[in-house]
Ligand binder design. Sequence first.
Ligand code: 5AD
Ligand code: SF4
Length: 427
Amino acid sequence: MNAHDSERLSGMLGSLGYTPVDDRDLADLILFNTCSIREKADSKLIAHLGDAKRLKREDPTKVVGVGGCWAQSLKNELFESFPWVDVAFGPGQIHRLAEFLKSDSITAQGFFDFEALSSELPAARERPYQAWLQISQGCNCVCSYCIVPSTRGREVSRDPHSIIGEAEALTADGVREVTLLGQNVNSYGRDLPASRRIGFSEILRRLDALPGLDRLRYTSPHPKDMRADVLQAHIDLPSLCEHIHLPLQAGSSRILKSMRRTYDRERYLDRVEAIRESVPDCSITTDIIVGFPGESERDFEETLEVVDRVGFDAAFAFPFSPRRGTHAATLPRQISREVKSERMGRLVELVNERAAARAERFLGRDLEDLVEGPSRTDPTRLRGRTRHNRAVNFDGLAAPGELTEVAITDTTSHSLDGVEKLLVRAG
Ligand code: 5AD
Ligand code: SF4
């Protein structure tokens, strides 16, 4: 969501006549779009802000801006701690940056209200054939570790016509792959007025019907809302990719309760089973938090057990990071850095082992691949992504943005290796 906000900031600045420069020293405007989900992002930002202070001292006409969740979590306090910042705004107020830049005001200003939905802005997409499409903003969950509800507000679903309209404009502009974005995508629609209310699976159906949209993805669903209609959509809709990112967070029901995730280990495993019954080949990936307050060795082992049982295709593991104003930050029995790091190591090892085993099912198969450009490790080869969201390095001739077929010849825990079918046929 943060990356998509950055695309919209870039798009808006482009329409105001700004162009990016490689060197921060040359910039008229230095703008940071911030994330606050974990401490690491915060500490990196503080260093960047120090650099901006120096540049502003050398050239006071430079404008320094800070947007996003970190700005929202501090609000006007930000100006006290970092007085060289000219403008700050939360994720729901991106459009107000344009107002500030166009005004003659030189006094620092902050924009932190939640709006029903931040206005639709053109996004400067990283790749012309892939796009994010935001279907809702905010979150009504109360996960005890999470700062998002306080930085992005209550959940607001976007009007279905506006979503379809944006998707049509994207496909007309050459986009082949769309990823629907929301803090909790599959609770989409519940807050819409009855006359316009449609659910998440219906949005999927309407988007699948659009000509030119070859691949449809979404992130992230909440396990509590992963229902039969969404799984049926996976069975029915040709564009809907065989990949579900289903955040687990913890494998111990006791910890899940303390996290206020509203499902337990059994319910999660039951959802995985339902996915595998409907779409046997589906990739399942996840997020896991390690070292949540009170997590005992036994609780952690339960997480390892779930990872082992499910066999995720990939998993992001995060050490618990106490966030400003969250309930979990105040819980007793915080876990030491050493224990978190030791558990992270064990978890990552198991995740990789299971991911490598899962990848073996692709060996010898021909997989549809959306070409993204040259391979990162060997520029004479190409790199793309399968519908299962696996990166593939391959020998081939296709251009970025093309869909092609790749014969898979090798697999690792993170990527696949292959040869474009055309080349195989050509001999
Ligand atoms: N500490 C560690 N990880 C967190 N996440 C969210 N909040 C925290 C936190 N306080 C992780 C969750 C979520 C992902 C986007 O970030 O796993 O799914
Ligand atoms: Fe945060 Fe939980 Fe909402 Fe995800 S569902 S954004 S973890 S509060």
